[in-house]
Design a protein around this ligand. Structure first.
Ligand SMILES: Cc1ncc(COP(=O)(O)O)c(C=O)c1O
Length: 493
């Protein structure tokens, strides 16, 4: 500096500009806790869901990139006024749509702590890694699935868990056919063929497409009147494909279909898979935790014989989104499918189980385990079993209410906690009845008192109510049916 010149303040160093004092953070965290508590407490008194008004929607869509930052308190204000008032509806006890649950409060709290730690749950010696190994074992124990160390991992959801499991199935099938699919791909091999039913979730077809299997090599096997896979038809299809020189390798069974909640008969399917050396994958995304209910546990007999199981703690357990889980019986099969450890990822401390990326697709992974740990530890096995049992009891009650109602028709036995039904639409022909039932769900949703969704079952439109919330009451069930009938009457007039 020249003698006599005055020191001018330089730009604020970035590190100081970002600095938030502990007190600022603590005070904002208290505000956030109040905001979230008020939001959760206020849900039951609000409409389940309402369309966003145009101005509120556009304000979010057109939000300009902020040129300058705002204090934490202002961000929380914006969340309180622009975001929290417009929920999807799944926190509400009268939400019966799709397969989306209310968040478990313990899981909500754990999410804050997990993001404060912000690890990459990839490998190494830190709490998140060990906790993930523990909760994956807990999940396996909850559904009575065998769990060798390393035999699974948490994923973003069941769609990703399905990709993980089917990749392992493909790897084994190719190896048995003398092919290293990781090195050589599938080109030139006879097609690998998988077997599903018309009720199998679309994530299975997506996985098959992504894995290069080709959706045309997924055979749709017949189901019985109970919606369960017909093992005789499966056997016939496998034999046909073998005779044609193809390579049957995979059967996908369901522990709760998304349409009606049907649980396949695992024992005969597992017998056939063992005999024919087929990989048995079970989609338990929605329904596998139903095994905790003593009244329906028998439906799941043989689930433990599957080679792999995809589940979704973010469905019936209420773990805040996102959290799926892939369980695979043969750990080495999974590791052989995914393990790739370049030198820059060497981790001498990772121990014999290695990185999670050796068992799945992701390298940097979020700390999902803490919200799973908190959700399960808060309720315990018995609390979870009571919640799940309550949902299946409510679902059977809803089934009975539908059965007793002349305007409505129950379309499937209630096996788990999904009730498939429709409005009879007296006086309308088949096409008009389908059109009416298709229109009912959005009409009910707009009325705001309950939320239900529709789907196709076979060739027809139906409404499906999925019960995942133990806080739902019998009055809520009556209101659901009253709303469906009121919406149908409005549409018919
Ligand atoms: C039976 C079933 N399988 C798979 C999935 C896909 O799961 P995710 O949405 O977690 O990827 C769902 C989602 O609803 C489902 O109900």
């Amino acid at each position: 500096m020249r003698r006599g010149s005055r020191a001018r303040p330089g730009p604020t160093p970035a590190s100081l500009e970002h600095a938030i004092t502990t007190e600022d953070f603590r005070s904002a965290a208290h505000t956030a806790a109040d905001l979230v508590s008020d939001h959760l407490a206020g849900l039951p008194a609000r409409p389940v869901w309402q369309p966003m008004d145009e101005a509120a929607r556009q304000a979010l869509l057109d939000a300009p990139l902020p040129a300058e930052g705002r204090p934490l308190a202002a961000l929380l204000d914006a969340i309180g006024t622009d975001v929290l008032p417009h929920p999807m509806g799944n926190g509400h006890p009268r939400f019966f749509g799709w397969v989306n649950s209310a968040p478990a409060p313990a899981g909500v709290l754990a999410t804050l702590a997990a993001s404060a730690m912000n690890p990459s749950t990839a490998g190494g010696d830190h709490a998140d890694v060990h906790l993930e190994r523990a909760v994956v074992r807990w999940i396996a124990e909850l559904v009575d699935f065998p769990h060798p160390p390393g035999g699974g991992l948490l994923t973003s959801g069941a769609s990703m868990a399905t990709i993980v499991c089917l990749a392992a199935a493909r790897n084994r099938a190719a190896r048995l056919a003398g092919r290293d699919v990781r090195e050589e791909g599938l080109a030139g091999m006879p097609p690998l063929v998988g077997y599903v039913t018309g009720e199998t979730h679309s994530c299975v077809r997506k996985a098959a497409e992504l894995l290069g299997l080709g959706s045309r090599h997924l055979r749709t096997v017949a189901t019985g009147p109970d919606g369960r896979l017909d093992t005789a038809d499966l056997r016939a299809a496998v034999e046909r494909d073998r005779a044609a020189g193809l390579l049957p390798f995979l059967v996908v069974a369901s522990a709760g279909t998304v349409g009606t909640g049907a649980v396949d008969a695992f024992e005969p399917i597992a017998d056939l898979c063992e005999e024919q050396r087929l990989w048995l994958h079970v989609d338990g995304a929605y329904g596998a935790f139903g095994r905790l209910d003593p009244a329906i546990a028998h439906r799941y007999a043989g689930l433990e014989r599957a080679d792999s199981l995809a589940l979704d703690p973010h469905k019936w357990l209420g773990v805040p989104v996102d959290c799926g889980c892939a369980l695979v019986r043969d750990t080495e099969e999974l590791r052989a499918t995914f393990s790739l450890v370049p030198s820059y990822l060497r981790d001498e401390s990772a121990g014999s189980l290695g990185w999670f990326s050796e068992y799945g697709t992701e390298q940097t992974r979020p700390f999902r385990a803490l919200k799973v740990w908190a959700t399960i530890a808060h309720r315990g096995r018995s609390g979870l079993a009571r919640d799940i049992t309550r949902c299946t009891v409510l679902a059977r009650q809803l089934g009975e209410l539908v059965r007793a109602d002349d305007e409505l028709e129950l379309l499937a036995e209630v096996q788990t906690s999904i009730v498939a039904f429709r409005h009879r639409a007296p006086g309308l022909d088949t096409a008009a009845r389908d059109a009416l039932n298709r229109a009912v769900a959005p009409a009910v949703q707009r009325r705001g008192r309950v939320f239900v969704t529709g789907a196709r079952l076979g060739d027809h439109e139906m409404l499906r109510a999925c019960l995942l919330n133990a806080a739902t009451t019998e009055d809520d069930l009556r209101l659901l049916l009253a709303e469906v009938k009121a919406a149908a009457r409005e549409l018919m007039s």
